[in-house]
Design a protein around this ligand. Structure first.
Ligand code: ADP
Ligand code: MG
Length: 729
C-alpha cells in the first residue's frame, strides 16, 4: 500500500464511533424547536395577524401586505430569543442545492449604536443578484434584478445563528428562476382540478393537497479516504475503481445491523432533523455496502420538498462531525447499486379522504378508480416528460442499469387493482351499475380489500408503482430536488383531471347519469392508457422492445430526453395549467443542457488529471521495477533460464505498456474532443456532443485504468480502492 494510502486507511480504521449528545428531553419535546410554526406564530403574533396568516397558509388566501411588518416583528423576536443574529431568504435556484445570503438583523440606529431590525419589507421581498445563478439567458449578466419572495406556506426556521425564510426566486420580468415557484403553481393547479373532480363524490371538499413522502438513499465514506480520491472530491463519484472481490453479492447489508459509527451519525442527524420539524421516521441499511436510507413521514408536497433540501444539507454537515462524507450522487460506485429517492405521492382532501386509497363503499371506490385512472392517463400522456423531470448527467448512470428502473416510464398496479380495472374496461355500458334509491346509479363491483398490496405483490423494477394508497415514483435521483419530478407529475395530473371533468360534464349535460358518465370516460381512458401499464420485469431486454412497440419514450440520451420539455404537448400543458410559459421552459432547458455539459466536462478533466498524475506514474513505476527485475535475471542467469524466469514479468510489462499507452492516447483524444465540443455555440448541441463523444471515451479509459489497478502492486497504488471505500465504517 502506498504511504499515503496506508496512512488514510489506518486512520479510518482507528476511528471510534463518534459521540452523540442525546438530549434529555423526548423527541416530542424538541420536535420543531427551530421552526416558526403555528404554535410560535400564536405566541409571537397579535391575534388578528395570526388568524390572517393561518388563512394564508391553510387556504391559499393572498397575503395581506398590511400584516407583513407585524409578522416580521414577531418572527424576529422569536429568532433573536433563540439566539439568531442573521436572517436569509432561502431558495432553490436551478442548481442542485439551496442558496442563501445572510444579513445581520442589526442596523445602525443613527445615534452611533445598533438595533435589531427586521421589517415586513425585508421579510416579503429581497433582491439577490439573479445573474450569478443559472437562468438560461432570461437574465443578461448586466441586468441583475431578480427577487426572492416569501413563501408563507413553508415555515421559517433557524439554522445555527440564522433565521431562514423559504422564498421563491423570480426574475423581475416575472419568470421563475427556481424550483419552488413552478412547484407552487403546479400544486395550485392540481388542487383546483382535483377539488372539482372530488365534487362528483364529496361536494363538501374545499381543497385537495398533494402529499410527498421521500425516501433518501445515500452512501457514507470515511472522510480521509474521500479526501484521497480527487474524483470523489470533485465529482461526487468514483471515475475509476475496480470491483472489490466482495461487494453486494451476499446481500448481507440490506436491513443488516447498522455499524456503530454510522448509528451515531444517524442518531445525530435525526435529532437535528426533528428539531427542524422534519418528521424523520425510518432508517436502515440499503442493498449496497455503506449505503443507507432515511425516510420521514409524508407531508404536504411543498413542505416535503423543502424538508428534503434541508435534510440533504444537514446530512452533509453532520456527516463531517462524524468523520464521514455523505455521497448523494446517484452512482458513486460502478457495479454497485446506486442511490435513488423514491417519491411517494398521493392526493388527499381537506376532509380527510386519501384519494389514492381504496375505500369501504362503492362510492368511495369509484372515486378511487377515477383518481387512479386519471393518474395513469397523465403518466401515459407525459411519460417522456416525466422521464425528463428525473433525468440528469448523474442519474443517467443509475437508470437502465440492473438495479433501478429502466429509462422507460411505466406503471405497476398489482394484481387486485389491475383485475378491477380490467373488469371495468371490458364491461359493457352500465353493466357494472345498479340503481340505489337515493343516489341514482351505483357502482356494483366487488370490494377492494384494504392493504391490498402486500410485500409479495410489489414490483421493485417499476419506475411508477402503485403501493396501496399512493404511487411511488422511483426513478427520482438521490441528489435531485424532488420539485422537478413533482412539478411535472402534479401538472400532468391537474391537466388530466381538468379534461376528465370537461368530458364527464359534457355527458351529464346530455342527460347521462353521473355514475354512468364517470364510468364511460374511465372505460375509454383505460383503453387509451393501456400501454403505460406494465407488471412484468422492467429490467428485461424484452421490455425495452415491447415498450418501443407500445410507443413509450425509450430515448436514453439525457440531452435528447430534455427535448420532452419543449414538445407541443408539454408546452401546452404547462401553459394551460399556468405553471410555466414557453419562455421559461426554454430558459430552463438551456440551464439543463449547460449543467449536463459542465458535469461531464468536469468529470472528463478530473479523469485526465487522475491518468496523468496518479495512474501513469504509478503504473510506469511498477513497470520499471519489473523491468529492473528482468534485467537482473539476465545478468545472473543464462539467457534460456533468464527468459524462462522472466516470462511472467514480461507479460505484465507488456500488459502495463498496453494499458498505459491506451489511456494516455485516449486522454489526449478526449482533450481534443472536448475542445471541439466547447466550440459548439448551441447548448443543446454541445450537451449532445458531450454525451455522444466524451462519455463513451471516459468509459473506455476507465476500463483500462481498472485493469491496471488489478495488476499494479497494491503497495504503490495511491487511490483508495473500492474495498476500502465500501467496507470501512
Ligand atoms: P418502502 O421502503 O416500503 O417504500 P418506507 O417506509 O421506506 O417504505 O417509505 C414510505 C414513504 O411513503 C414514507 O415517507 C411514508 O410516509 C410515505 N407514505 C405513506 N403513505 C403515503 C401517502 N398516502 N402519500 C404519500 N406518501 C406516503
Ligand atoms: Mg419505497
Amino acid at each position: 500500500m502506498s504511504e499515503l494510502r496506508f496512512r488514510v486507511v489506518e486512520t479510518a480504521f482507528r476511528k471510534r464511533p463518534a459521540h452523540v449528545e442525546i438530549p434529555s428531553e423526548r423527541p416530542s419535546e424538541y420536535f420543531a424547536r427551530y421552526v416558526f410554526n403555528k404554535e410560535k406564530m400564536f405566541k409571537y403574533l397579535p391575534g388578528g395577524v395570526y388568524a390572517k396568516l393561518v388563512d394564508v397558509i391553510e387556504n391559499n388566501v393572498p397575503l395581506d401586505s398590511g400584516i407583513a411588518d407585524e409578522v416580521a416583528a414577531g418572527m424576529k423576536r422569536w429568532a433573536v430569543e433563540m439566539g439568531a443574529t442573521h436572517y436569509t431568504h432561502w431558495f432553490h435556484p436551478l442548481t442542485e442545492g439551496t442558496a442563501e445570503k445572510h444579513d445581520a438583523f442589526v442596523e445602525p440606529d443613527g445615534k452611533g449604536g445598533m438595533i435589531e431590525e427586521f421589517t415586513g419589507k425585508l421579510l416579503v421581498q429581497q433582491e439577490p443578484d439573479a445573474s450569478s445563478f443559472p437562468n438560461g439567458g432570461i437574465r443578461n449578466t448586466f441586468e441583475t434584478r431578480g427577487y426572492s419572495a416569501w413563501d408563507p406556506s413553508s415555515p421559517a426556521f433557524i439554522v445555527d445563528d440564522t433565521l431562514c425564510i423559504p422564498t421563491v426566486f423570480i426574475a423581475y420580468t416575472g419568470e421563475s428562476l427556481d424550483y419552488k415557484a413552478p412547484l407552487l403553481k403546479a400544486l395550485r393547479a392540481v388542487n383546483k382540478a382535483a377539488t372539482d373532480v372530488c365534487h362528483y363524490f364529496y361536494p363538501e371538499v374545499k381543497k385537495v393537497v398533494a402529499y410527498l413522502g421521500w425516501e433518501q438513499e445515500y452512501f457514507l465514506v470515511d472522510e480521509g479516504l474521500y479526501a484521497a480520491r480527487p474524483d470523489l472530491l470533485m465529482t461526487g463519484r468514483t471515475l475509476t475503481g475496480h470491483d472489490s472481490a466482495k461487494n453486494q453479492q451476499l446481500e448481507d447489508h440490506y436491513f443488516g445491523a447498522i455499524p456503530p459509527r454510522v448509528g451515531a451519525f444517524m442518531k445525530d442527524l435525526e435529532i437535528e432533523a426533528l428539531k427542524l420539524g422534519i418528521p424523520v421516521k425510518t432508517r436502515h441499511n440499503e442493498v449496497a455496502p455503506n449505503q443507507f436510507e432515511l425516510a420521514p413521514v409524508f407531508e404536504e408536497c411543498n413542505l416535503a420538498v423543502d424538508h428534503n433540501m434541508l435534510i440533504m444539507a444537514l446530512m452533509r454537515k453532520i456527516a463531517r462531525n462524524h468523520g464521514f462524507r455523505v455521497l448523494l450522487h446517484e452512482k458513486p460506485f460502478k457495479g454497485i447499486n446506486g442511490s435513488g429517492k423514491h417519491n411517494n405521492w398521493s392526493l388527499g382532501t381537506d376532509t380527510g379522504v386519501l384519494l389514492m386509497a381504496p375505500g369501504k363503499t362503492s362510492e368511495e371506490n369509484l372515486c378511487f378508480i377515477v383518481f387512479i385512472v386519471n393518474t395513469l392517463m397523465a403518466v401515459y400522456r407525459h411519460n417522456g416528460l416525466l422521464k425528463a423531470s428525473i433525468s440528469s448527467a448523474t442519474n443517467a448512470h443509475r437508470l437502465g442499469a440492473n438495479e433501478a428502473p429502466p429509462a422507460i416510464i411505466s406503471s405497476f398496479l398489482g394484481t387486485q387493482v389491475s383485475q378491477m380495472l380490467n373488469l371495468i374496461e371490458e364491461s359493457e355500458k352500465d353493466e357494472l351499475v345498479s340503481m340505489d334509491g337515493k343516489h341514482g346509479m351505483k357502482l356494483d363491483i366487488p370490494q377492494i380489500p384494504e392493504l391490498l398490496i402486500d410485500n409479495t405483490d410489489r414490483n421493485r423494477t417499476s419506475p411508477f408503482a402503485f403501493t396501496g394508497n399512493r404511487f411511488e415514483f422511483r426513478a427520482v435521483g438521490s441528489e435531485a430536488n424532488c420539485a422537478s419530478a413533482m412539478i411535472a407529475l402534479n401538472t400532468a395530473v391537474a391537466e388530466q383531471l381538468a379534461e376528465f371533468k370537461v368530458e364527464v360534464d359534457a355527458l351529464m349535460e346530455k342527460g347521462e347519469e353521473r355514475v354512468s358518465a364517470l364510468l364511460e370516460v374511465v372505460r375509454r381512458y383505460l383503453k387509451i392508457c393501456k400501454p403505460i401499464r406494465f407488471d412484468g420485469n422492467g429490467y428485461s431486454e424484452e421490455w425495452k422492445a415491447e415498450a418501443a412497440r407500445r410507443g413509450l419514450d425509450c430515448e436514453t440520451s439525457v440531452p435528447l430526453i430534455f427535448d420532452n420539455y419543449l414538445s407541443k404537448a408539454s408546452v401546452e400543458m404547462f401553459e394551460r395549467m399556468a405553471v410555466m410559459t414557453r419562455k421559461e421552459l426554454e430558459a430552463r432547458n438551456e440551464v439543463k443542457w449547460e449543467t449536463y455539459t459542465k458535469k461531464i466536462q468536469i468529470e472528463s478533466r478530473v479523469l485526465g488529471d487522475l491518468v496523468m498524475n496518479h495512474i501513469i506514474p504509478v503504473a510506469t513505476e511498477y513497470q520499471s521495477k519489473l523491468l529492473d527485475n528482468v534485467w537482473k535475471m539476465q545478468a545472473l542467469f543464462t539467457a534460456g533460464k533468464a527468459s524462462e524466469l522472466s516470462a511472467k514479468d514480461l507479460e505484465l510489462i507488456e500488459e502495463i505498456a498496453h494499458h498505459t499507452a491506451f489511456v494516455k492516447e485516449h486522454v489526449d483524444k478526449m482533450v481534443e474532443a472536448r475542445k471541439e465540443a466547447n466550440r459548439v455555440a448551441c447548448e443543446r448541441e454541445k450537451a449532445i456532443a458531450y454525451h455522444d463523444r466524451i462519455v463513451p471515451m471516459m468509459e473506455e479509459i476507465r476500463y483500462h485504468i481498472d485493469k491496471l489497478e488489478l495488476v499494479v502492486d497494491d503497495q504503490m497504488w495511491t487511490l483508495p480502492k473500492y474495498r476500502e471505500l465500501l467496507f470501512i465504517r
